[in-house]
Ligand binder design. Structure first.
Ligand code: F3S
Length: 430
């Protein structure tokens, strides 16, 4: 199969649309040829980290200068010369990965690192890229239409886009998303194509799944069972709301590599089990029952030893407003333990909403922090001296202990807030 370019793609490759689009198209052609695909699709929704400047990149490319054009050309476009980066072609947004300017010292980041990060952000904004700085773009206005071809990074956002919104995206990388922002093109393979969107494995849910804790555990189980395949869930799944899909998908993408799932009667491409599986039949069937639920809980708590908790982290994926409200309700006007810190990660938009509602002020009055743009795993940021964390996210508990070499407990949001108030882990599965 050989790649066939349309006229506008040939013109970009020939340099008719300027040097940056030429280099972006050349990068995408190399990508498409490596995949063995025949064509590109036009994409109208791209989410990445275009031109983000970290201390590591600054150190690596500093000799060339670390202005936006330099970083974007040499790193994002893999070019061998610096070109002027123009405004993007279509709707594009910048995801998480930065440093919250209001909390950079809390995060242990330097003013120099913040200045680099802000230079990257300003460079992106100047090129019409929407600066969202969150892993949950779908909570703050970026909601692709059904069938819309997207090019998104961030596994938890990708699985939400494909499964809940019926948008179409593979899990792209920084280079492919930055090139897609300039060209409006992405290779036509994987989840862009009907034939790759059908379910492959059946998950029968035989125990009630209601809370964030439950949905995180079911997601973790699902990823363990199917790896990178496409699960179809049936049974006791009720009608999960946005936040529950957020935790389910993030967990399934972490324990496995799930990029799309179906829930029969609930998600848009699975009105029936037959529709979810299309022409195929389930290759395997798994049952999630009370015993599986207990096993997953034990797996997710395998890192916990000491019950003295130093750090409680909420907001993975970034917290929705309702979750911040819930944290306030659970704090109930009390102060945190002197031995424990509480950091809640969210997007800038949701923090502004939380401030408008007074929730942010209540969390700060309790001794906590509401932090945007990043998270503990991505930012490699925890309070100094942390040995034991408490988390309500199956995804975060999958990554954080290994990244930061700490112990971690997994439980409900209520268990975590209780740990923040008492300094002790008392969670248990109910
Ligand atoms: Fe978001 Fe960080 Fe979790 S980027 S999905 S909060 S690991």
């Amino acid at each position: 199969m050989s790649l066939k370019l349309r006229d506008d793609e040939k013109a970009m490759l020939a340099g008719d649309y300027g040097p940056a689009r030429q280099k972006a198209m050349a990068l995408l052609v190399r990508y498409a040829e490596a995949l063995g695909v025949e064509r590109f699709v036009d994409t109208t929704n791209v989410a990445g980290v275009p031109g983000s400047i970290t201390p590591f990149l600054h150190q690596y490319y500093g000799a060339y200068g670390s202005d936006y054009n330099t970083i974007f050309s040499l790193f994002d476009l893999d070019a061998d010369e610096v070109v002027e980066v123009p405004r993007v072609s279509g709707h594009s947004c910048m995801l998480q990965g930065g440093i919250d300017p209001e909390n950079f010292e809390v995060l242990g980041k330097t003013a120099e690192a913040l200045a680099l990060d802000q230079a990257g952000e300003q460079g992106a904004a100047a090129r019409d890229i929407e600066v969202l700085r969150t892993c949950t773009p779908y909570l703050v206005g970026n909601v692709p239409g059904r069938g819309e071809h997207c090019a998104w990074m961030e596994s938890s956002a990708v699985v939400y886009c494909n499964s809940v919104l019926a948008g179409r995206t593979n899990t792209e990388g920084r280079e492919s998303t930055s090139a897609a922002m300039l060209t409006g093109k992405i290779p036509d393979f994987g989840f862009h194509r009907d034939e790759y969107r059908f379910g492959t494995h059946l998950i029968k849910v035989e125990t009630p799944v209601e809370t964030i804790l439950d949905w995180g555990m079911l997601g973790y189980f699902t990823g363990q069972c199917v790896g990178e395949k496409i699960p179809v869930l049936t049974g006791s799944i009720g009608k999960p709301q946005v936040i529950l899909h957020k935790h389910f998908g993030a967990a399934a993408a972490s324990s496995g590599g799930v990029e799309m799932y179906h829930m029969v009667g609930l998600t848009p491409e699975a009105a029936t089990e037959e529709m979810a599986f299309g022409p195929g039949r389930p290759k395997e069937v798994f049952v999630y029952d009370a015993a599986a639920r207990q096993r997953i809980y034990d797996d997710l708590n395998a890192n916990g030893r000491s019950r003295d908790v130093d750090f409680v982290m909420l907001g993975c994926p970034h917290a929705a407003l309702e979750q911040i409200e819930e944290a306030c309700r659970l704090l109930d006007g009390r102060r945190l333990s002197e031995n424990t810190q509480l950091w809640i990660f969210t997007s800038r938009v949701v923090r502004a909403q939380a401030q408008a509602k007074g929730y942010a002020q209540r969390i700060i009055a309790a001794g906590g922090h509401i932090i945007t743009d990043t998270c503990s795993a991505i930012g490699q940021a925890i309070p100094p001296g942390t040995k034991v964390a408490a988390l309500d996210s199956a995804k975060q508990v999958h990554y954080l202990p290994a990244i930061m070499n700490i112990e971690a407990w997994f439980g409900s949001t209520a268990d975590c807030i209780n740990a923040a108030l008492t300094g002790r882990w008392q969670g248990e599965l109910v």
